[in-house]
Write a protein that binds this ligand. Structure first.
Ligand code: ZN
Length: 514
């Protein structure tokens, strides 16, 4: 099957949500069968009505978008992000997660709804222009902050799940250091050493759910405990009960760093995975981000429970957390999704970069190339895998009945010049792939690489001023973060559970394929 050699003048008539829209003549990636099909896609009522051969004339549609010369993939699903990140993109550079978090907390304290809205808009713009149609936002804050992020996603026209990131523990203790061991200078940031009440946090989540879940047929509210080591057992149990009651998913961080793996598990538990199981959270509703330091036993238990794992290779590298063991997750038949993590630790919202890294990062440790990821396998994780992690059944592929969430990339430039393998060109070259058209629920939200729903230039202009204001307001906390960073670095060699906090390296086991 040959792609069109010359992209022709494009008919970019406006697509509405009523009437039939025809996407004409693109090369369509059917992710499930891993085949490219040249054809037309008929869209009606926000869903794909039909996919058929390009020369098959099916009558006059209400509007036509000519996508000859484009490869069309299901809208990408970014299953782990943090929308606070774009307004503090370069906090704590060159640090591992634990000391880095001190800077991230200092940057995000007291975020206003206006700051949250702008940060989520910036995140959404970057996601949409690179072909992502659905994202999961793991965001901390009060209900006004959460609502501001959801309003941003509503305005952008992106599909989004917001999982309020909550913890009822004293945050600095969750890196394994008791409050009394923190020096006075590091404890000067009073608020962080105060415990929140689990019932209040979950009541807030339930209120947010009542207000926003199902809004515009695009927005959802999940539960988002920050991580098992950051929540009491009682809170994890309450999360499981509320998820059942609301019938929604649960998203959490799990075993991201070696330091986390060294934190003692609660009394009577064998592992953090067992801790989640005891609380009733080990179900297909659950998706876990990272899982870099999972044991074989952990993988088996997660897989048996149908839990999805979200691989974030960019942030795992940038924070030096490790590389994860994607081939072992596959062997255990763990459902795998992909994410970028926050742009302040993962670099960008570009899922194509995440896919490229996932495809090539694990190869050096795998002697048998049959264990290697392919462009199609990572595309599958970035689409169908993401849908599964978010417990959604009608996104993730281009087939009749699915929601019309699609991204079309022009097969132009040197990356596609040979026409050999458009999916490999898309995934492996990571070469300026701005989507030409992005549709969410049949609505065109990106055209020629530009988001149509919000004023992109105005948002970018506003960012620098808002960031400067935020930094001035939080300068006291930035000083504290520096003290905390120094403290965490100093204790790294001491006899604490985190004695090798700084000695991050790739997992020792599983670096060679049997
Ligand atoms: Zn994260």
């Amino acid at each position: 099957m040959q792609p069109e050699s010359t992209p022709e003048a494009q008919d970019l008539s406006v697509t509405g949500e009523s009437g039939t829209v025809l996407l004409r003549g693109g090369l369509i990636a059917d992710v499930e069968s891993r085949r490219l099909i040249r054809g037309d896609i008929a869209i009606e009522g926000g869903r794909i009505r039909e996919v058929f051969a390009a020369d098959d004339n099916r009558g006059a549609p209400a509007s036509v978008i000519d996508l000859r010369g484009c490869v069309i993939v299901p809208g990408l699903v970014n299953a782990h992000t943090h929308s606070y990140a774009p307004l503090g993109r370069h906090v704590g550079p060159g640090l591992p997660l634990e000391p880095w978090m001190m800077h991230s907390w200092a940057n995000t304290i007291g975020r206003t709804p206006e700051e949250t809205y702008l940060s989520a808009i910036l995140q959404g713009i970057e996601a949409l222009t690179t072909g992502t149609t659905t994202l999961l936002d793991h965001l901390g804050g009060d209900i006004s902050v959460m609502s501001a992020a959801l309003k941003a996603y509503d305005d952008l026209g992106i599909r989004a799940v917001l999982a309020p990131m909550v913890t009822d523990m004293v945050l600095p203790e969750t890196v394994g250091v008791p409050t009394e061991e923190w020096p006075a200078a590091a404890r000067a940031r009073d608020g962080v050493f105060i415990r929140s009440d689990a019932a209040d946090l979950l009541a807030m989540t339930e209120d947010l759910h009542t207000e926003w879940h199902g809004h515009a047929d695009r927005l959802s509210v999940f539960l988002g405990p920050s991580g098992p080591q950051r929540c009491s057992i009682s809170m994890l149990e309450q999360v499981a009960q509320l998820a059942d009651k609301l019938d929604v998913g649960v998203h959490t961080h799990l075993l991201e760093t070696r330091a986390q793996a060294a934190i003692p598990v609660p009394a009577g538990e064998r592992s953090w995975v067992r801790t989640l199981a005891s609380a009733g959270l080990l179900t297909p509703r659950l998706s876990v981000a990272h899982g870099v330091w999972l044991s074989e036993q952990d993988m088996q238990e997660l897989s048996a429970a149908g839990v999805s794992i979200v691989h974030n290779p960019q942030s795992n590298l940038q924070l030096g957390s490790g590389i994860g063991q994607l081939h072992r997750w596959r062997r255990h038949r763990l459902p795998v999704a992909l994410g970028t993590d926050g742009v302040n630790c993962g670099g960008s919202m570009d899922m194509l970069s995440s896919m490229r890294l996932a495809a090539i990062l694990h190869r050096p440790g795998l002697a048998d190339p049959r264990d290697w990821e392919s462009p199609w396998s990572v595309l599958d994780s970035a689409t169908r895998g993401g849908a599964q992690a978010l417990s959604v059944t009608d996104i993730g592929n281009v087939r009749p009945g699915m929601r019309a969430d699609l991204s079309a990339f022009e097969m132009a430039g040197t990356a596609f010049a040979t026409h050999e393998d458009p999916i490999a060109s898309l995934v492996l070259t990571s070469y300026d792939h701005r989507a030409r058209i992005v549709m969410v629920g049949g609505r065109t939200v990106v055209r020629d690489g530009i988001v149509q729903t919000v004023d992109v230039e105005a948002a970018i202009e506003q960012a620098a001023e808002m960031h400067a204001h935020l930094m001035a307001r939080n300068s006291r906390y930035a000083d504290v973060a520096r003290a905390q960073e120094k403290f965490l670095t100093k204790i790294s060699g001491a006899a604490t559970p985190n004695r090798d906090m700084m000695a991050f390296s790739a997992p020792q086991e599983g670096d060679v394929s049997e």
